[in-house]
Write a new protein. Structure first.
Length: 298
C-alpha cells in the first residue's frame, strides 16, 4: 500500500508579497538599464558621428548623416597629419608638455594651500578661505586685460609662461576647495601622532597627509588634464608662433573663413586628439569616483 506524499502547503501571504516585490525589483532594474542604454546611445551619437565623418570625403559630410559612410576616405588621417605648417605631432607634444606641467603645478601648489586651510591654525584662516572661495565667482574674462598687461610687461607673450606659472601659484580655487574638503575628512589624530614623533607641519604633510590624499590628487589631475587639453582661449591670446600652438589652435586652422574648410581632415585629427583624454580618464576613473565620493565627508 503506497502512501501519497503530503500536499505542498500553500504560500503564505508574506511569501507572496516577497515574491511580488522581487519581481517588481527585477522589472525596475531592467527598465532602468534600458533607459540608461538609450541615453548612452544618444550621448555617444556625436562621437560616433565624428568618427564616421573622419572617414568620409569633405563634400558629403553634411549631406550624408548616416554613421556608415556611403564613400570611404581613410586618407583624411595621413593628409590631416601633415596638412598644417607643422606635423600634427608637434601640436600634440606641445599640449602634452603644457598639460603635464600644469598638473604638476596644481598638485604642488593647491595641495600646500589646502593643507594650510584644512589642518593648520592661523589668524584670519576663515576670512582668507572665504576670500579664496569668492574668487570662484569671479569670471576669468574680467582678469584677462590686467593679466595680459602683466605678462606683456614681463615679456612672456608668445611663451608658455602665462599658461604655466599661474598653476604653480595656487590660482585655481576649485582644486584647493576639493583638497580642503578631502583633508578635513582625515582624522586629526594623525597630526597629533606625527607631532609626537617630532614631525613639523611640512613633514606631517609630506609623510602622513599626502599619501592619504591620492584620490583627491587623482581627481585634480584628471580635471586639470581635461580642462588644459581643451583650453582654447588662453593659447589663442598668448601664443602667436605656430610652432608653439596647442591642439585646439591647430584644429582651428582646418576651418577656413572663405569656405574651403577641410572638414574630413579636421574630424580625423579631432578624433586622434581625444584619444589621450579618454585614455587618461579611463586610467584614473576609479580614483576620480573615490575622490568625489569622499570629498565633503567628515
Amino acid at each position: 500500500m503506497s502512501i501519497a506524499p503530503p500536499a505542498a502547503a500553500p504560500p503564505q501571504p508574506d511569501e507572496d508579497h516577497h515574491l511580488e516585490r522581487a519581481s517588481r525589483s527585477r522589472r525596475s532594474r531592467f527598465t532602468r538599464h534600458v533607459l540608461l542604454c538609450l541615453v548612452g546611445a544618444v550621448m555617444m551619437y556625436p562621437l560616433l558621428w565624428m568618427v564616421s565623418s573622419s572617414l568620409k570625403p569633405s563634400r558629403i559630410i553634411f549631406t550624408d548623416l548616416s554613421l556608415w559612410p556611403a564613400e570611404w576616405e581613410p586618407g583624411n588621417y595621413p593628409d590631416g597629419w601633415f596638412a598644417l605648417e607643422q606635423p600634427f605631432s608637434v601640436y600634440l607634444v606641445n599640449s602634452l608638455v603644457i598639460v603635464v606641467l600644469s598638473i604638476l603645478g596644481n598638485l604642488i601648489s593647491c595641495s600646500l594651500a589646502a593643507y594650510g586651510f584644512a589642518r593648520l591654525k592661523f589668524t584670519g584662516r576663515k576670512l582668507f578661505f572665504a576670500l579664496m572661495l569668492g574668487t570662484m565667482m569671479l569670471p576669468g574674462h574680467v582678469l584677462l586685460v590686467p593679466q595680459y598687461i602683466v605678462f606683456a610687461k614681463l615679456d612672456w607673450i608668445n611663451t608658455y609662461y602665462p599658461l604655466l606659472v599661474p598653476n604653480f601659484l595656487a590660482t585655481n580655487a576649485f582644486y584647493i576647495f576639493l583638497m580642503v574638503q578631502f583633508m578635513r575628512s582625515l582624522p586629526r589624530e594623525l597630526d597629533e601622532a606625527a607631532r609626537i614623533d617630532g614631525c613639523g607641519p611640512f613633514r606631517t604633510f609630506w609623510s602622513v597627509i599626502m599619501p592619504l590624499c591620492m584620490p583627491a590628487f587623482a581627481t585634480t589631475a584628471i580635471f586639470t588634464f581635461i580642462s588644459v587639453w581643451n583650453e582654447f582661449f588662453g593659447p589663442l591670446i598668448y601664443l602667436t608662433d605656430s610652432e608653439l600652438y596647442t591642439v585646439p589652435l591647430a584644429l582651428r586652422q582646418f576651418v577656413d573663413s572663405e569656405g574651403q574648410s577641410q572638414w574630413g581632415q579636421m574630424f580625423a585629427m579631432s578624433f586622434l586628439s581625444l584619444a589621450p583624454v579618454i585614455g587618461f580618464f579611463i586610467a584614473g576613473q576609479k580614483y576620480l569616483v573615490k575622490g568625489i565620493a569622499t570629498t565633503g565627508l567628515k
